[in-house]
Design a protein around this ligand. Structure first.
Ligand code: ATP
Ligand code: MG
Length: 285
């Protein structure tokens, strides 16, 4: 093992440098809602995120190259290419939900995309749209339109990144739907290597970066139940919490309910039992 130098500690991951070209990302069990890290961890959450990301990276490398080089035996660490990250998050939305629904209701548009009138909450969009956001250093991400994203990234890099993101979204949404899950939207982070190649990085199509809805019972016109963070978000808000630090401690049933939703997303999407992943993480590759 090379010597590791801690570069940064994100809300969820520790980022170590192995050398000039490689990073070690270690996904913790921390959970954040509304950009606040809660005081209570969710056991194995970091393993779910790492395993699912590796599963998608292994299956989409023909669509777009990605940063994954190796997956650790602990199920929560990955060796990856060290990239110059693009300064925007590339969100692909296939359905109308979250901030997209809020913006559409107010203006009929989302991040500059004019949509047909009369769409309902959670309705499938005619085509997936890309709604970039800046990675705010402090506080919350800010939605921007695609022209601004192209300015920030450089037009060529942004064009490549958004095309890759839409293609991976389409692939993952089709795969998920065959397994009874609607991939409503998902956020990608991409970076550029020394040779100028745009690559998929960070995490991919996980419950932290996506909205997953059960296909069974899906009906537009209302919010959908989900296999992601919505459960814990709803619980936190019901306590009257004001979305600022410190977040509430989670009771045992909320911890186990959240863990169960993450594990169910993993098992349904990969078709692999989570216990098998714990025994040998490389089964997802
Ligand atoms: N291949 C890569 N090369 C360089 N940086 C990467 C790579 N993959 C992911 N990252 C960065 O590593 C960090 C992952 O940590 P984590 O997901 O905990 O961060 P976050 O809370 O989402 O964001 P923040 O950095 O704002 O805390 C992100 O800043 C991400 O952009
Ligand atoms: Mg992150």
């Amino acid at each position: 093992m090379s010597e590791r130098v801690l570069l940064a500690s994100g809300k969820v991951r520790e980022i170590y440098a192995l050398d000039d070209d490689r990073l070690l990302l270690v996904a913790s069990d921390r959970i954040s809602t509304f950009d606040v890290v809660l005081p209570t961890p969710i056991p194995d959450k970091g393993r779910v995120l790492t395993g699912l990301s590796a599963f998608w990276f292994a299956r989409t490398s023909e669509i777009v190259p990605n940063h994954l080089l190796d997956l650790g035996d602990d199920g929560r660490s990955t060796v990856c290419r060290r990239l110059e990250m693009l300064p925007v998050e590339v969100v692909v939305r296939g359905y109308l939900s979250g901030s997209g629904w809020v913006d559409y209701r107010a203006t009929g548009e989302i991040c500059g995309h004019v949509l047909p009138a009369g769409l309902r909450e959670s309705e499938r969009l005619p085509e997936p749209i890309v709604t970039p956001a800046t990675k705010a250093a402090e506080g919350h991400d800010l939605n921007i339109d695609e022209a601004e994203a192209a300015d920030l990234c450089g037009a060529d890099h942004y064009a490549e990144a958004r095309e890759a993101a839409v293609a991976v979204y389409r692939f993952a949404a089709r795969h998920a739907e065959e397994r009874g899950i609607v991939l409503a939207d998902t956020k990608f982070e991409l970076g550029v290597d020394r040779d100028g190649r745009v690559m998929l990085a960070d995490e991919a199509v996980t419950p932290d970066s996506s909205r997953f809805w059960p296909l069974d019972g899906y009906a537009p016109g209302r919010p959908q139940p989900s296999f992601d963070k919505q459960f814990v978000r709803d619980w936190c808000l019901a306590t009257g919490w004001d979305r600022t630090y410190p977040g509430p401690e989670l009771p045992d049933d909320v911890v186990s309910g959240t863990r169960a939703r993450y594990v169910e997303a993993f098992e349904r999407l990969t078709g692999i039992e989570f216990d098998r992943y714990l025994a040998d993480p490389k089964v997802v590759l």
